[in-house]
Design a protein around this ligand. Structure first.
Ligand code: ADP
Ligand code: NI
Length: 202
């Protein structure tokens, strides 16, 4: 069993990890993913200790943030070893972390219910009002245009079509799907209003 001490230590570890992260990828995303993953886990009957730890560690070996450790999930692995978490429990946590990534997994189904909870939570944080805010924050940080109907490639609005509008149909749990339906509806309403204002129709 993953105990409360390990979860507390993982939160402290994530806070420290992102404090030294120059890209601006923030720990609040990790904490939201943990809350959402635990909510989904409760509805799906998944192991909350595995889900909570995997959620807290899901970005500490992200290929963009830590390219040297992403292949072996070395940061997560060292953290678990330092906490004395080994064997089947450690394997379950590392599997869930590995199966979160959008680019590496696309729509290949997760192999465990715990992995499904964390993957859905990470994707849900790209939807809804928070998803809108994160998309434009990312675009701003990377010097991207909001929108450009003539040259849409690389704009923040294009990201909705490339990724965000596809996520609802890629949920892996029924609890995640239910949340995705309302967050997706909000996203589409935002997009409609944005495009109407762009063309001076609204
Ligand atoms: P994570 O997988 O942990 O959610 P990402 O680094 O993939 O993190 O994405 C961070 C946020 O930036 C997400 O909300 C994502 O939708 C958004 N994002 C990623 N790529 C782009 C892009 N090309 N344009 C605008 N937003 C993006
Ligand atoms: Ni993430």
């Amino acid at each position: 069993m993953v105990d409360a001490g390990a979860l507390e230590a993982a939160q402290a570890y994530a806070l420290g990890f992102f404090a030294h992260e120059p890209s601006g990828h923030d720990v609040q995303h990790t904490l939201r993913v943990q809350r959402l993953a635990l909510r989904i886990a409760a509805e799906e009957g998944a192991d909350k200790g595995i889900v909570g730890l995997a959620a807290l560690l899901h970005d500490v070996d992200d290929a963009k943030l830590s390219p040297a450790t992403s292949e072996g999930l070395d940061n997560a692995r060292s953290f678990l070893a330092a906490q004395g978490i080994a064997g089947a429990e450690a394997r379950a946590i590392l599997t869930a972390i590995r199966e979160v990534s959008f680019s590496q997994n696309r729509d290949r189904p997760p192999s465990t219910i715990e992995a499904a909870c964390v993957r859905d939570a990470d994707r849900l944080d790209a939807l809804g009002a928070i998803g809108v805010a994160r998309t434009f924050a990312f675009g701003g940080a990377h010097g991207r245009a909001l929108h450009d109907p003539e040259h849409p490639s690389g704009t923040s609005i294009q990201h909705f079509y490339d990724k965000l509008l596809l996520l609802k149909d890629m949920m892996c749990t029924s609890a995640g799907r239910a949340i995705a339906v309302s967050r997706d509806r909000y996203l589409r309403a935002f997009l409609d209003e944005f495009l109407a204002e762009w063309d001076a129709r609204s």
